[in-house]
Design a binder for this molecule. Structure first.
Ligand code: GUN
Length: 295
């Protein structure tokens, strides 16, 4: 019998802890943390994500400043805005919602955000620190921002006391936002990790041997119950809109659940954790930059 990994419950607990910390900060030191968000263009999904991020900030006691820019905004103008936010002492984090219009280089934008305000953990300096980390606990203690979705996946496993050490993990998808950083976190937790992608030969055999499978491809129906082993832990990062307007993961929940020991629903599994870890990164970077915690 499978157990549901409930991202709403885990998120609620972590968000409450963050809220308590921000309210104590405000009482003791009159410090208000602040996140700057930037949206370029009118992508409807991005608009919803940004709205959800701003609402979550407000509930957690983090102020936000939102900058809406037209799709035609020149790259140089966006880079100038980021530069200005880098220099503003009251701004603790800067988030530029991806994807960006094609005339703007996402690499140039992530490189421009100061690493100490990089709440997404996408800056090459922070990616490098993650790559160079020698153990998980010291990485967390260092306060380096870890990409929110991968970090959220690890927090879910931690909450449900799911063992990682020595386990075989198959990650489907090799993006810089999820697959690659997640593989490094699992490695730091002593798992044996394989990243599968569109060119992987014999992916089915790799998946069938895995104790933990993470789907992060954005392709609905990629995984079904016939492909996984009995007792598998499934984390589904996929967010795919069906023709019926509903949200579906990459995996076929109904068939995988018959074999799984733990499984995330979509929605309500990994999804809420992404925003939760954004709040966590904003808090940690804010405390560190303001010298309130010494790491
Ligand atoms: N677009 C999809 N996921 C993300 C994310 O985690 N951060 C940002 N900035 N944009 C995204």
């Amino acid at each position: 019998m499978y157990k549901i990994i409930d991202g709403k419950i885990v998120s609620k607990k972590i968000r409450e802890e963050i809220q308590q910390k921000t309210s104590a900060l405000y009482k003791d030191k009159s410090v208000k943390l602040k996140l700057a968000t930037i949206l370029v263009g009118n992508d409807p999904a991005s608009k919803i994500y940004i709205k959800n991020k701003i609402n979550a900030c407000s509930e957690a006691g983090i102020e936000s400043e939102h900058i809406d820019l037209p799709a035609t905004t020149p790259e140089s103008e966006l880079l100038g805005i980021i530069d200005k936010l880098n220099g503003e002492v009251e701004i603790d984090g800067i988030l530029v919602q991806l994807p960006l219009p094609s005339h703007i280089s996402a690499d140039k934008v992530t490189d421009k955000i100061s690493p100490d305000k990089d709440v997404d953990g996408f800056h090459p300096y922070n990616q490098g620190r993650l790559l160079a980390a020698k153990d998980y606990d010291s990485l967390i203690k260092s306060g380096i921002p870890i990409p929110c979705t991968p970090y959220g996946c690890l927090k879910l496993l931690e909450y449900y006391n799911i063992d990682i050490s020595g386990k075989r993990v198959a990650i489907l998808g090799r993006s810089n936002i999820v697959g690659k950083p997640l593989s490094l976190l699992f490695l730091l937790k002593n798992a044996t990790v394989t990243i599968c992608h569109s060119k992987t030969k014999d992916a089915k055999e790799i998946i069938r041997e895995a104790d933990i499978v993470v789907c992060a491809t954005g392709k609905r129906g990629l995984l079904n119950g016939d492909m996984v082993k009995e007792g598998v832990v499934l984390l589904d990062v996929g967010i795919n809109r069906g023709e019926d307007g509903k949200i579906y993961g990459d995996a076929d929940f109904e068939s995988v659940k018959e074999k799984a020991s733990f499984i995330t629903p979509v929605p309500g599994g990994v999804g809420p954790m992404t925003i939760t870890m954004l709040l966590y990164n904003t808090l940690t970077l804010g405390l560190k930059r303001r010298g309130i915690i010494n790491i």
